[in-house]
Design a binder for this molecule. Structure first.
Ligand code: DQA
Length: 148
């Protein structure tokens, strides 16, 4: 059976396509999800995709991955810079984690340079646009293969 992979999108990512296109481009979240589904299947993984604008729902999704998923790809969006709760949940489940940002958060406002999630992530990809999710999925697949 294919291993499951949790893909988590944080707040306002449902608006991709129309949200600040000069920063995030014109790709919609559905486009990104199609790319993720294809890439995950190429890596013999079955994706579960969650988007929420609510911190607690993101925590619930991460907790639910324990014992069901092989890894987590997460773009926590603005919660990256504020959420101890999401970082704690990721730490608690102990699965491989890759943090993704569409934009290069290090080339933007100072507050975007700090991430609560990065210390609990195995890898961080920022500034590669939608392809960042593909790199992240492949990285999780390589970590899972090494684990086997
Ligand atoms: C983001 C970067 C965050 O700083 C921002 O709050 C987002 C999106 C990105 O994908 O570049 O909502 O995570």
């Amino acid at each position: 059976m294919a291993e499951r992979l949790l893909i988590v999108h944080g707040p306002n990512l449902n608006l991709l396509g129309t949200r600040e296109p000069e920063i995030y481009g014109s790709t919609t979240l559905e486009d990104i999800n199609s790319l993720c589904r294809q890439t995950a299947r190429d890596c013999a993984m079955e994706p579960d995709i969650v988007q929420s604008n609510h911190e607690g729902e993101l925590v619930d999704a991460v907790q639910a991955a324990a014992g069901t998923a092989a890894g987590i790809v997460i773009n926590p969006a603005a919660y990256t810079h504020t959420s101890v709760a999401i970082a704690d949940a990721l730490k608690a489940v102990g699965l491989p984690v890759v943090e993704v940002h569409l934009s290069n958060v290090h080339a933007r406002e100072d507050f975007r340079r700090h991430s609560y999630v990065s210390p609990v992530a195995d890898a961080v990809i920022a500034g590669a646009g939608p392809a960042g999710y593909q790199y992240a999925i492949r990285h999780i697949a390589s970590l899972v293969d090494r684990r086997l």
